[in-house]
Design a protein around this ligand. Structure first.
Ligand SMILES: Nc1ncnc2c1ncn2[C@@H]1O[C@H](COP(=O)(O)OP(=O)(O)OP(=O)(O)O)[C@@H](O)[C@H]1O
Length: 381
C-alpha cells in the first residue's frame, strides 16, 4: 500500500518572493489527490519540495516518519526511492529507445540482472499500453506515448507515492482522459498514493478522491473532492468554470479596482468566457473493467464517512448520494436526511490518520482581504 504524506506549515520563497505559505494537508495512503491552481501558483515547486529537490523555508513533509525538509542527505536518498515522478514531458532521454529509458532507473539504482530488468521493463510497458514500442525513440512517438513511457519508468522501482506534473500538458482532452484512466488503473493495481498537479478541470472533476487548490500564495482548500466541487468560494467556482469573472486575473490575482471594473463589464453583458456554470459532483471515473477494485477508494469511503459531520452540508449530501442504498444503510445515512446513526466503520488502524477534514468555517473578513469573501482555511491538526 502507498504511504501517507503529512505536510504541515510548509512555506517556500525564492528570495523575497513567497511562493506559498503554511501549506498543511495529508495525502491519505493509496488515494488519488489532485492539486489545482492557476499558472504560476507554485504547483511544480510544491512537487519538487516534496521530493527534496527544493528546500522549503519552514514546515514539515513527513513520509514514513522522516521529514524530508530537515533529514540528512542519506535519509533523503532512501525516502526518494519511495517516489515515482512523471514530469510534464516524460523527461525521457532523447537518444535512448523506450526500453532503455524505462530500464534506466533499474540499471542505475539496483543490482538486478538484465533478465530480471527485461521482465520488469516489459511488464511496466504492458501496464501502460506500450508493448511493442520498446525500440522507438522518444522523438518518434506522440506526446501521449511519451507520457506513458515516463509513467512506465516511474513505476519500475515499485514506488509508493507517484507525483504527476500536469499530465494534460500538450495533450488533447481525449488523450488526457485516457491517461487519467491509466492513473486510476495503475492506482488500482499497485495502491500507490497519487498526487497530480494540474489545471485541467475535467480531470479534477472526475479523477481524484481528494481535491485541493493553491491560490494567493495559500492552500485555499484541501479535502474530499465533494468539498471543492460544491464550494461557493468565488475563486474555486471561477476556476472550475474557467471564467474571467472572479478573483483570478491575467496574472494571478485581481485588485479590487480591477474586480469592480470587470464586474460592471460582465453585468453589462460582456461574455465572461468559459462554459455555462458547471456545478455539482460528476461521477468519479473507475478502473477499467477487469482491473482490480481500488483499495484506496474503499478505504477512502470509510475515512470520509468518519469525517462526514465536519464537512459542509452540500459536500455531505453529495457524498451520501454517491453511496449505494446498501452502503447508505451500512453507514447509517440517508439522502436529504444526513447521518441517521453511526455504524459500519472500519477499525481505526485501517483508516488514514487525517489532521482534519481539510475544511474549516471561513475566517472573518479583515481589512487585508482585498477580494471578498474570504476563503476557508486549510486543514490543520
Ligand atoms: N528555481 C527557481 N528559482 C526562482 N524562482 C522559481 C524557481 N522555480 C520556480 N520559480 C518561480 O516560482 C513560481 C511558481 O512556479 P511553478 O512552476 O511552481 O508554478 P506552477 O503553478 O507549476 O505553474 P504552471 O501551472 O504554469 O506550470 C513562478 O513564479 C516561478 O518563476
Amino acid at each position: 500500500m502507498g504511504v501517507e504524506v503529512v505536510i504541515e506549515g510548509l512555506t517556500k520563497s525564492f528570495g523575497k518572493q513567497t511562493i506559498w505559505r503554511d501549506v498543511t494537508l495529508t495525502l491519505p495512503p493509496g488515494e488519488v489527490s489532485v492539486m489545482l491552481g492557476p499558472s504560476g501558483t507554485g504547483k511544480s515547486v510544491f512537487l519538487k519540495s516534496m521530493i527534496g529537490l527544493l528546500k522549503p523555508d519552514r514546515g514539515k513533509c513527513v513520509i514514513n516518519g522522516v521529514d524530508v525538509v530537515t533529514c540528512s542527505e542519506r535519509k533523503l536518498y532512501d525516502v526518494r526511492k519511495l517516489f515515482g515522478v512523471l514530469f510534464q514531458d516524460g523527461a525521457l532521454f532523447g537518444s535512448m529507445n523506450l526500453y532503455d529509458n524505462v530500464a534506466f532507473p533499474l540499471r542505475e539504482h539496483t543490482k538486478k540482472s538484465e533478465t530480471e530488468i527485461r521482465r520488469i521493463v516489459l511488464e511496466k510497458l504492458e501496464m501502460t499500453g506500450l508493448s511493442g514500442a520498446e525500440k522507438k525513440l522518444p522523438g518518434e512517438i506522440s506526446g501521449g506515448m511519451r507520457k506513458r513511457a515516463g509513467l512506465s519508468r516511474a513505476l519500475v522501482l515499485d514506488p509508493e507515492i507517484i507525483l504527476v506534473d500536469e499530465p494534460d500538458s500538450g495533450l488533447d482532452p481525449v488523450r488526457t482522459t485516457y491517461i487519467s484512466q491509466l492513473f486510476l488503473d495503475v492506482n488500482a493495481q499497485i495502491d500507490a498514493t497519487f498526487l497530480i498537479v494540474t489545471h485541467n478541470i475535467n480531470l479534477a472533476r472526475t479523477v481524484p478522491d481528494n481535491l485541493g487548490m493553491l491560490f494567493r500564495k495559500e492552500l485555499v482548500m484541501f479535502g474530499p473532492r465533494e468539498v471543492l466541487l460544491t464550494s461557493d468560494e468565488p475563486v474555486v467556482k471561477q476556476f472550475l468554470n474557467g471564467r474571467m469573472d472572479g478573483p483570478i486575473g491575467m496574472s494571478e490575482e485581481k485588485d479590487s479596482a480591477t474586480m469592480a471594473a470587470e464586474k460592471a463589464m460582465f453585468e453589462a453583458g460582456h461574455h465572461a468566457g468559459g462554459v455555462e456554470d458547471v456545478t455539482g459532483i460528476p461521477e468519479q471515473m473507475q478502473p477499467t473493467p477487469g482491473v482490480p477494485e481500488r483499495g484506496g477508494a474503499r478505504r477512502r469511503k470509510d475515512r470520509v464517512m468518519r469525517i462526514l459531520h465536519t464537512l459542509p452540508p452540500a459536500a455531505q449530501e453529495g457524498i451520501i448520494e454517491s453511496l449505494s442504498p446498501e452502503e447508505q444503510r451500512h453507514y447509517g445515512v440517508q439522502p436529504h436526511h444526513g447521518i441517521t446513526s453511526q455504524r459500519g466503520q472500519l477499525p481505526t488502524e485501517d483508516v488514514a490518520a487525517l489532521p482534519g477534514s481539510g475544511w474549516r468555517e471561513p475566517r472573518p473578513v479583515t481589512d487585508t482581504d482585498r477580494v471578498p469573501p474570504p476563503y476557508p482555511q486549510q486543514g490543520r491538526p
